[in-house]
Design a protein around this ligand. Structure first.
Ligand code: ATP
Length: 199
């Protein structure tokens, strides 16, 4: 799986439709300060479901919509489309290419699409779940968080390594199953009480 293309429209400084086509391997984005390089990684985070405006370097989610300039009025809509090559079947969806789109209007309405079909945020997260992409993962490391990773406690750093090695998702599943089991134990206890009362 690799990131094949990214299309931004009305997102942060990208007022006009801007399309980036990427190849497998390393891609470097270069440009002067303030030219919008970090806005590109913000777009990747955002389209994959980020809900915290601070992680996108803004105050409110609306800050992702092009705010206008002296030469141009503000946009009413931010839209990002990200296409992943899935010919190796990493993502559990029966398509060689997976296009995820997120749109947000100034009135706060927003929507997601998967390969052109309206979807929920949850559907996007489900598809990405085992891939290492998505919110809360370290597939994108911002300038600020690099320092905090280097200075983090050994157990926090271990969690990062576990995520990269794919261990974390199994730990999360284990914790989820344990919660379900504890829940079932409670149900069983209650059922036994009822049986005891009836008998
Ligand atoms: P540096 O090299 O300094 O880290 P950069 O190339 O990563 O810079 P970004 O931080 O991606 O630059 O872009 C910052 C620019 O994006 C600023 O000029 C800012 O005004 C602009 N910008 C951010 N949000 C919006 C928005 N909603 N509407 C219009 N412009 C925006």
């Amino acid at each position: 799986m690799y990131l094949k293309s990214l299309v931004l429209k009305g997102f942060k400084s990208f007022a006009d439709r801007s399309a980036l086509t990427l190849e497998p391997g390393i891609t470097a984005v270069v440009g002067p300060n303030g030219s919008g390089k970090s806005n590109i990684s913000d777009a990747v985070l955002w389209v994959l479901g980020e809900r915290n405006a601070k992680n996108l370097r803004g105050q409110a989610m609306e800050d992702v919509i092009f705010a206008g300039s002296s030469a141009r009025k503000a946009s009413g809509l931010a839209e990002v489309e990200l296409v992943l090559d899935n010919s190796d079947g990493t993502l559990p969806i029966d398509y060689d290419e997976v296009a995820v789109t997120r749109r947000m209007y100034r009135n706060g309405e927003s929507e997601y699409l998967i390969n052109g079909t309206v979807a929920r945020r949850m559907d996007v997260l489900d598809i990405l779940h085992d891939s290492g992409l998505g919110t809360g993962t370290h597939s994108i490391i911002s300038q600020g968080s690099l320092d905090s990773i280097l200075q983090s406690k050994p157990e926090d750093r271990r969690a990062l390594i576990e995520e990269a090695a794919g261990v974390l998702k199994h730990k999360q599943r284990k914790a989820k199953s344990e919660r379900k089991l504890a829940n079932m134990d409670q149900h069983l206890l209650r059922a036994r009480d009822v049986v005891g009362e009836v008998a």
